[in-house]
Design a protein around this ligand. Structure first.
Ligand code: G3H
Length: 478
C-alpha cells in the first residue's frame, strides 16, 4: 500500500477534504512511490488566512529570535539528511551522494541566511533634509526594512529541498509568513524538510505546505489576493505566472541554454572536465547545466576526443547505486529529449555515441557538428544530451549565445583574462563564469537570468532584500 502524505497547515498535518491524492512516480521503477494530498481551493484559502494572522505576530518577533529558530531548523535538517535524501533518490532519481549534498547545502543555506539577515535587516538609514536644494536641516528620515506579508514559494523538481529553503529562509528571517507549493516529484522530500521547521518550533500558521494538482490550485495560489510575493523556480510556467500575478514583487528563475565558449588558447583538459561536469551532472537536469558548447574549430577535434573519453567513464544506472547518469524525471521528459535527438539525427548531427534509452534512462550523448537549424541548438533538453557547435570566430559564439531567448549563465574558457572580460561583457546572460562551468553557488552569490531566464536576482542577500519593503518615518522639526 502506497503511503499518502498529509499536507502542513496551521502547525498541523492534515488530510485534504477532497479525499483525492496525487501520485508521485519513481523515475527509475516508473511505479507509484508515494502519494500526496490533492488540496482544494477552500483549503488554500484557510492556509492564506492563517498565514496572514501568524505573519503579524512574527513581524513583531525580535530578529535575533527569528534567526535562532532558523539556526535550529538548519541543524535539524542536517540531522535528518538521510531520510530526506532517500526521498530525493526515489522521487527525482537524484544520485545518492548528490541527494545528501543537497540537504547539507540546504542546512548551510538556512544558517547563512539567518546570519546575513540579522546583519542586513539590523541596519536602517538616517537621512537629513538639507542635502536637497531648498531644504533646511529640519527633517530627519528614518528608514528600515519591513516584511511584505505572505510569500508564496514554488520550487522545481530538480532541487525540491534546496530551492525551497532558498526561498523559505529569506522570507522568514525578513518577517514574512510562507506558503510552499512543492513540485509533485519531490513533494515528499519537501514535506520532510518542512517537518524539520515544524520540529524547530516556528509559530503555528507561519509556515505552510500545500500539495495538489496544478490545474486545481496552481493559478488559484499564484493569483490569490493573500499572496504578497512570489518566488518561483521552474520552466515556462513562470512566464505565465508573471502575466497573471497581481502587483506584487516576483522572483523568477526559469530556463537556460547556458553556452560554453571555448577559445583556441584554453586549457583543453580543464575544458573537457568542465564540459562533462557542467553538461552531465544530475543527467543535465540543472538550469545551469552547460547546454551548448561553442568551440573554435581548430581545437574542436581535440576537445571532442577528450570529452568522449571522460564520458566513457560516466556510470549509468539507478540513483541508489550513486550512478552519474540516472533516469530523467518523467517519461514525458524522456520523450521530449528523444524528440530533440531525433531532430538532430534527421538534420545530420554527428553522434559521438550511439543513442540509447531504457524507460526514463538515457545514456549520455554528445552531438557534434550541430547547426543552428537543429532544435537542440536552441532548446534545453534538461537531459544528458549535449550539442557542440563549431565556430570560426569568437564573435560567432557570442552571436549564438545572444540570439537565444534565454540568458541565465554562460562560460568562457581562455588563458587571456582581457579577452575573457570582454567576452563576458558581450554575453547577454545574468552571470558569466571564466574557466569554469556555470553554477548557482556558492549560495550567497547573486544569481539571475536575463530575458526569458527570469526576473530579479537570487542569492541569499538579494533574496532577503527582495522580500522586504522600505518603510520611512520622517521627523519634522518645528
Ligand atoms: O536548476 C537550477 C538551479 O538553480 C541550479 O543550481 O547550479 O547549484 O546546480 P546549481
Amino acid at each position: 500500500e502506497v503511503e499518502v502524505y498529509k499536507y502542513y497547515a496551521d502547525g498541523h498535518w492534515h488530510k485534504s477534504s477532497s479525499a483525492k491524492s496525487v501520485s508521485i512516480i519513481n523515475p527509475t521503477t516508473r511505479k507509484t512511490q508515494f502519494k500526496v494530498q490533492a488540496c482544494t481551493q477552500e483549503e488554500v484559502n484557510k492556509v492564506m488566512e492563517a498565514a496572514k494572522v501568524a505573519q503579524k505576530a512574527w513581524a513583531r518577533t525580535p530578529l535575533w529570535k527569528r534567526a535562532e529558530l532558523l539556526h535550529k531548523a538548519a541543524a535539524i535538517l542536517k540531522e535528518h539528511k538521510a531520510p530526506i535524501a532517500e526521498c530525493l533518490v526515489k522521487e527525482i532519481a537524484k544520485p545518492a551522494k548528490d541527494a545528501v549534498t543537497e540537504v547539507v547545502r540546504s542546512g548551510d543555506l538556512v544558517s547563512y541566511t539567518a546570519e546575513e539577515g540579522v546583519r542586513i535587516l539590523g541596519e536602517g538609514k538616517l537621512l537629513v533634509s538639507d542635502s536637497f536644494p531648498g531644504n533646511e536641516r529640519s527633517k530627519y528620515c528614518l528608514s528600515s526594512k519591513i516584511p511584505l506579508g505572505v510569500v508564496l514559494a514554488i520550487p522545481p523538481f530538480n532541487y525540491p529541498v534546496n530551492l525551497a529553503v532558498s526561498k523559505i529562509a529569506p522570507a522568514l528571517i525578513a518577517g514574512n509568513a510562507l506558503v510552499l507549493k512543492p513540485p509533485t516529484q519531490g513533494a515528499v522530500a519537501a514535506l520532510h524538510m518542512i517537518h524539520c521547521f515544524h520540529l524547530a518550533g516556528f509559530p503555528k500558521g507561519l509556515i505552510n505546505c500545500v500539495t495538489g494538482k496544478g490545474s486545481e490550485i496552481g493559478d488559484f495560489l499564484t493569483m490569490h489576493p493573500g499572496v504578497n510575493c512570489i518566488s518561483f523556480t521552474g520552466g515556462d510556467t513562470g512566464i505565465a505566472i508573471s502575466k497573471k500575478a497581481g502587483m506584487i514583487p516576483l522572483q523568477m528563475e526559469l530556463g537556460g541554454k547556458d553556452a560554453c565558449i571555448v577559445l583556441e588558447d584554453a586549457d583543453l583538459d580543464l575544458v573537457a572536465a568542465n564540459i562533462v561536469k557542467g553538461g552531465f551532472s544530475y543527467s543535465g537536469q540543472r538550469c545551469t547545466a552547460v547546454k551548448v558548447v561553442l568551440i573554435m574549430d581548430s581545437v574542436a577535434d581535440e576537445v571532442v576526443e577528450k570529452v568522449k573519453s571522460k564520458m566513457g567513464k560516466l556510470t549509468v544506472g539507478p540513483p541508489e547505486d550513486d550512478c552519474d547518469i540516472t533516469p530523467v524525471v518523467t517519461e514525458s521528459s524522456a520523450n521530449f529529449i528523444e524528440g530533440l535527438v531525433m531532430d538532430a539525427k534527421e538534420k545530420g548531427a554527428t553522434f559521438c555515441q550511439e543513442y540509447r534509452r531504457e524507460g526514463n534512462l538515457i545514456w549520455p550523448l554528445l552531438l557534434d557538428h550541430v547547426r543552428p537549424d537543429m532544435r537542440i541548438a536552441w532548446e534545453e533538453p534538461f537531459g544528458p544530451v549535449l550539442p557542440i557547435i563549431r565556430i570560426q570566430s569568437v564573435e560567432e559564439g557570442i552571436h549564438h549565445c545572444n540570439a537565444s531567448n534565454f540568458g541565465l549563465q554562460g562560460c568562457v574558457f581562455t588563458r587571456d583574462i582581457n579577452k575573457a572580460i570582454m567576452i563576458s561583457d558581450a554575453m547577454e546572460t545574468g552571470t558569466v563564469q571564466i574557466n569554469s562551468a556555470p553554477a548557482r553557488g556558492p549560495d550567497h552569490f547573486p544569481f539571475q537570468g536575463l530575458k526569458d531566464s527570469g526576473i530579479g536576482s537570487q542569492g541569499i542577500t538579494n533574496s532577503i532584500n527582495m522580500m522586504v519593503k522600505v518603510k520611512s518615518t520622517v521627523i519634522n522639526l518645528p
